[in-house]
Design a protein around this ligand. Sequence first.
Ligand SMILES: Nc1ncnc2c1ncn2[C@@H]1O[C@H](COP(=O)(O)OP(=O)(O)OP(=O)(O)O)[C@@H](O)[C@H]1O
Length: 242
Amino acid sequence: MYELTDVTKEYRRGKATVTALDAVGLTVPSGSRLVIQGPTGGGKSTLLQLLGGLDRASRGSVVLDGTDLSRLSEAKLTRLRAERIGFVFQGFHLIPTLSAQENVETALVPLGLRAAERRRRAAEALDSVGLAERAQHLPSELSGGQQQRVAIARALAKHPQVLLADEPTGNLDEATRDEVMDVLERRWRELGLTFVMVTHDSALARRAERVARITAGRIEVSGPVGGQPPSEAVPPKGLSMT
Ligand SMILES: Nc1ncnc2c1ncn2[C@@H]1O[C@H](COP(=O)(O)OP(=O)(O)OP(=O)(O)O)[C@@H](O)[C@H]1O
């Protein structure tokens, strides 16, 4: 569970100070989904970076399961990110010279797992997003939707508690967008992840239980605080998508 209290983030731009987040308070219960929307420059990506420990708040606290991310040493923050937080971005950020399997394995290197265990987990993660048969393909041999599914497998192979996605369908056409969103939703429910996603897409936001709107650094949240996924909507495990 995330608990944010009075979180302010300021950036220096020359002599000017930009307030990207302004005294934000927010709770995201474990296992729930929150979609973040708002106008460009409102502070959405900044909030996601603070949730992911990629940056630190200027003031206030960002607490994940009792740990204040703004107070952790750099080494502990790096470790926490590697173990507990999966990221998916708009540009898939796959390494072009590595196969899908090798791309997923890279996320497991910081965990100190043996090579055989890395291979097993990466294969399992690719299978879970319907790409078992594409494991040996290079990113250039995969469609955009398949590349994003590799990126999702890479984010989830470490078995994180939290999945953070910044415009994960922003580079995809409508049909592919739904395919990728279906995979994200299914894995969120099956794994009981805490799932926070930034999107401009109102159709995707309508699927969410809670939506936060950030405008000029101020946040407004609509929907129930609990926001647990409805259990009857859980699709069958092992659903295959190729
Ligand atoms: N590294 C930085 N240095 C200086 N200013 C920054 C930096 N990152 C973000 N900002 C500023 O902080 C504000 C919030 O930016 P942020 O990227 O969080 O907005 P956003 O809602 O994600 O926008 P978009 O929808 O365009 O991605 C903007 O005014 C932006 O210019």
